[in-house]
Each structure stands twice: as C-alpha cells, then as structure tokens.
Design a protein around this ligand. Structure first.
Ligand code: G6P
Length: 609
C-alpha cells in the first residue's frame, strides 16, 4: 500500500525522502514522487514505476534542491499507475501525498468542479488537494483549512502536506491510515512506518485519528481537531537500522526465514514464568480464559493461515470450539458473536483494513477481542481489549515468514494456557508442552540447515509447472494452505491447497501426468490416510513431493522426492514443517527470476478494503 514520508531538517531533502521511501518499498507500490521546497517554491518530481525510475528521471531532468519536502510511493487504487496519477498532487497553493481511500471523492469532485476547478488525474487524492486548496484560499490559515477539509472527507487517509506560503514546514494529518512523526536533532520526519526513518532517528510520536502535526526544523507541534495543542508520549523503536537491512542476504525473505529462531525466542521467552506460559501482562489471565465460550480467529492472508493451525491446536488440547474467518467475509456477514465469545485478530501490520473492521464489529457486538500483532502501537494493537505482541522485528518481505512463525508460537502459548485454565490438561502436561515449545527455536534452526539443499532441489522441479496441488489432513492441511499461498505469492505459479480426503470429490480430475503434488504427512494418527491419498494421485501420474517425519515408513514408489523433518512433539510440528514450505517457494521464485521481496500486485500492509 502507499507509503508516505516527509522531512524538514538540514540535509538534502530529496535524498532523505528517497532513502526513506526505499525503506517503505516493502509495502508494495507502482509509482513514486516527491515535492521539495526549492527557493521557497514547491518543486515536484514523480514517475511511474520503481523508485529507481524516479531517481533516473531526476538525474536526467534535475533533482529539486532544498531542506524540506514530502514523498510518496503509490499502490494504484483510483486510476492506473502513470506519471499523472502518481503523488504528489497539487492545488494552486497546496501539494500533498496521501495513503488511504476517500470514499466520497466523487461528490467532492462534483462540488469542486462547480467551483470552476479542474483535475488532471483520476485519483481521489487530487480531490483532497483541490479541496484543501479551496478552503485554504478562503481561510488563509493552514491548520484551520486542514481541519475544515478533513471534516468533509469520508474514508481513510494519512496526508503529508506542504503549502507554498509556508516554506520549510510540513503538515500532516491522519484518520485510519497510520502515520508517525519522527523526532531527530534539528530535523523532523513523517512516515507511514518506523523503518522509513530508523536510519535517522529511533524516536517518534504516534499520530492519533484526526490529529494534525506541524513540523519545522527545530520543533513539532500537534493539534487536535479543535486546534488545541496535544501533548504526546515520545516512543523509541527498540530495534536499529540493521534490522531493516538485508544483512548480507540476497533477499529480505531468506534473511527473515533465517531470523525465525530468534523471533520465536523473543516472542516466547518473555511470556514464560516458572516453566509455564504467563500472559498476565497481555491482560489475559486464567479467570478470563475459563469463561470463554467460542473462539473466532479472524485475519487475512498468512495471518489467517496461522489461525488455521491455531484452530486445530486449540480444539485438540483446550477442547474449545474455534471458527477461523477471513476478515473481509466476517465483517459483512453479520456474524453471530457476542458476550462470552473471544475474537482473536491476527495481524503482522496491525493496520489491515478488513481485520480492523472485523475487530470493531466484534467489539460492537459485545465480544471480547484479543489482538496478536507484530507492529507496536498499530491501530489493531491499540484498540483490542487484550493484546499479545509478537516480536518478529520488522518484516520487510511482502511474503510473510517470520511473522507467520511467531503467530504460530503465540497460538501455542495461548492454547496451552487456555487448556490448563479449562482443566483440559494437567500440570505435568502443561509443563511438558511448554518445555517443548521452548525447544522450537533450536529445532527450527536445525530444519533450516537440513532442508535448504533439498528444498532448492525440489524447487528446480517446479519451475515449469503450470499448476500444482498441496495436500494434507488436519494440521498438515492447515500448513498446506500457507505453503500454497507462499508459492503463489512469489513464484506466480498457480497452486491450490486441498484437504487430502476431499480430493476425490472433484479436484483429483485436475491431476495429469507430471503435475507436481506436495503432500504433507507429518501427523501420525492420519499418516496412513494421507498415504492412501498420495497413492491415488500417484496412480494418476502426479509427481509427488512428500514431506513427512524421520522414521516414517514411506511405501516404495509413492513419492518422487521425500523431504524428512526431524521427529518432534507432534502438535508442534507445524513450526518445523513450514520452513521447507517457505524455502521451496523462495527458491522457486528466485530461479524464475522474480522480484521475491516485492511480488507483483501485492502490498505488505493492506490499509484499504
Ligand atoms: C497482505 C500481505 C500478506 C499478509 C496479509 C495480512 O496480503 O501480503 O503477507 O499475510 O496482508 O496482513 P497482516 O498485516 O494483517 O498480517
């Protein structure tokens, strides 16, 4: 999704803005632009394509020189990616960048056209620029004009704004879409996310809904919607610039796969007290847990898939019913939830529009909400009744790996505590399961080491496939969903995940000679059943890649490749098995020459519906 940055300071602002935008590339975008105060005039440079295209254009046509400005990476919503539709957009005196969607832009555009204003682009953003310019032309005071404008807007927005009459000041305002204000020494920043500014400062304010920030080189003022000054708490990011670099790896994705053992440790260890999970600091205690009737896990993408694993685990050991819902479905189907139900919202970014809306709906209906979120201070984190932060650190690659992994680890922490609180497991089992969870970082490390080569080899067999299937039962099926998503996202090869037992009800007709089928069979109670399903696809010509456990008796001739995972506590195996699934997707995408970290059409943080 779109990324916003802004700068006022002592450096060359075009360079700072481009650097900061580079750190937001992970969000996904298809054009970029900046506006810089050059000799007290606003100078705009923008281009379709990647930041490199913008930089090349500035090298050819001249880079605006100045110490303040705003910048933007655009993920097209209204109007195709083009130079014209790229941000910044301007009115006579106002230039701005926008992240979000203005729902009533058509009505506003009609109103402005009646006032004699005309538009160059197809965007909703240009309407905001013209509307602000309209109010500013009457009110002549920037903050008041911003307040007046935002009151007219319906939808979501984070705006970075410059006014030609106020050189070297940057204004910002937000509703729904995230925005932070970075505080440096003699320089200040705005950004959609902390990674954008971490190379300059770790200190920042979180801008709240409808707050307006006014940035100058040596001071930042924040006002509420009534133009009253607001005092903010200064936050400090607890990771540094290395966390947002590639650290010698060719891609963020493979770096993040390798960071998984550390991410699990950072997430799990602080939540263990006297050998068992303790989620008190998250506002969760045994009393709350005992009274939960039904659980709904609501999320999008990989986060939803972590919920699928969570469902199997919670139902198995805590004997509590769990429904997993896609957030965009949940929010529009008038779900039957209410008092006594727990809605778990899982989100890496904490800003996903559908997940946030689903959480608000659940709250409205009287259910308790628990957020499992990676991004500190994000909207979902702030609005949930209970909160468990995952500590994956910044995840830059669009395809989620370490964030998904730590979401799994939290599912286990939660399930164990719930199972004990509900009297479904005794203390001995509780301690035993927790001790096993504590072994997972080491096990994951081993699996990365042992499965990299074979995953690489398997990926060479997938390169030319038009389509493939992932099959499994139970927890293996839940994992297959994530394996299949990973492959689709970055290799662009079509794949489906299917419950192995359901294949023969239709999907098996797709199997033709040589079609790859990745069969996950790690759960002992259903191993033989999955093996039978593997035989069925093998008999129809499939090329079978089987993932099972060391020591499994693999019948002769049912698999073309067998990838074995070390034996480990069965219920925890998803944390191990997801590793080769990630690696297979990664190496397939690399060999197909794809942009692994920023796959086409995708965005990391989906802040619009
Ligand atoms: C996007 C990303 C996925 C992610 C999903 C949910 O689609 O590309 O990788 O799983 O959003 O994001 P969240 O931030 O809520 O976990």
């Amino acid at each position: 999704m779109c990324g916003i940055v802004g700068y006022v300071g002592h450096r060359n602002s075009a360079d700072v803005l481009v650097n900061a935008l580079t750190r937001l590339e992970y969000r996904g975008y298809d054009s970029a632009g900046i506006a810089v105060f050059e000799n007290d005039k606003i100078s705009v440079a923008k281009s379709k394509g990647k930041l490199k295209d913008l930089v090349d254009k500035m090298d050819r046509e001249g880079k605006p020189q100045g110490i303040s400005g705003i910048g933007h990476t655009r993920w097209a919503t209204h109007g195709e990616p083009s130079d014209i539709n790229s941000h910044p957009h301007s009115g006579a005196k106002v230039t701005l960048v926008h992240n979000g969607i203005i729902e009533n832009y058509k009505e506003l555009k009609e109103f402005l056209e009646k006032q004699g204003r005309s538009f160059l682009s197809d965007t909703d953003t240009e309407v905001v620029a013209q509307l602000l310019d309209y109010y500013y032309s009457h009110i002549k005071e920037p903050v008041k004009a911003i307040i007046e404008t935002t009151q007219e807007l319906k939808g979501s927005f984070a705006l970075g704004i410059v006014f030609e009459d106020f050189p070297n000041k940057v204004f910002a305002v937000r509703r729904e879409s995230p925005l932070i204000i970075g505080i440096g020494k003699d320089e200040n920043f705005i950004a959609s996310d902390v990674p954008a500014i971490i190379q300059y400062t770790k200190d920042y304010y979180l801008l709240e809904h409808d707050e307006i920030a006014v940035l100058e080189q040596k001071r930042v003022r924040i006002f509420d919607i009534h133009y009253q000054p607001v005092k903010k708490e200064l936050k400090t990011a607890d990771w540094d610039v290395d966390a947002v670099g590639k650290g010698g790896y060719p891609h963020y994705m493979i770096k993040e796969i390798n960071e998984q053992p550390t991410a699990i440790k950072n997430t799990v260890l602080p939540r263990i007290k006297d050998g068992v999970p303790c989620l008190d600091e998250c506002n969760i205690n045994p009393e709350v847990l005992k009274n939960i009737k039904n659980i709904y896990i609501v999320a999008c993408g990989s986060a939803m898939h972590s919920g699928m694993v969570g469902k199997y685990v919670i139902e198995e050991i805590a004997r509590t019913a769990v429904t997993v819902d896609i957030a965009s479905e949940f929010r529009y189907r008038n779900p039957i939830v209410g008092k006594g139900d727990l809605i778990i919202i899982v989100s890496q970014s904490g800003e996903t529009a559908d997940s946030l809306a689903a959480m608000r709906l659940a709250k409205q209906k009287g259910a308790k909400t628990l957020a499992i979120v990676n991004a500190m201070g994000s909207t979902i984190a702030r609005e949930a009744d209970m909160l468990i932060y995952t500590h994956a650190g910044p995840e830059i690659s669009v395809a989620s790996t370490k964030a998904y992994m730590v979401q799994l680890s939290v599912m286990y922490l939660f399930a164990f505590e719930l199972a004990f609180a509900k009297g479904q497991i005794d203390e001995e089992k509780y301690r035993y399961l927790t001790s096993k969870l504590l072994e997972t970082p080491e096990m994951v490390e081993k699996v990365i080491e042992h499965t990299t080569e074979i995953s690489q080899k398997i990926s060479t067999k997938l390169l030319t496939a038009d389509s493939l299937l992932y099959i499994g039962r139970g927890l293996d099926y839940a994992l297959s969903m994530e394996g299949s998503l990973k492959l689709k996202e970055i290799s662009y090869i079509h794949s489906e995940s299917y419950a192995a037992g359901e294949l023969k009800h239709g999907t098996i007709s797709l199997i033709t000679k040589g079609m790859p089928v990745i069969a996950v069979a790690t759960q002992s109670s259903i191993y033989e059943k999955t093996v039978s399903n593997i035989k069925e696809v093998k008999a129809r010509g499939a090329k079978v890649i089987m993932i099972c456990r060391e020591g499994n008796d693999v019948p002769k001739d049912i698999a073309d490749y067998v990838l074995k995972i070390p034996n480990f506590e069965e219920i925890l195996l998803p944390m191990l098995v997801c590793v080769p699934l990630q690696l297979i997707a990664y190496y397939t995408a690399v060999q197909r020459g794809n942009d692994v970290d920023q796959p086409r059409n995708l965005a990391k943080s989906v802040t619009v519906e």
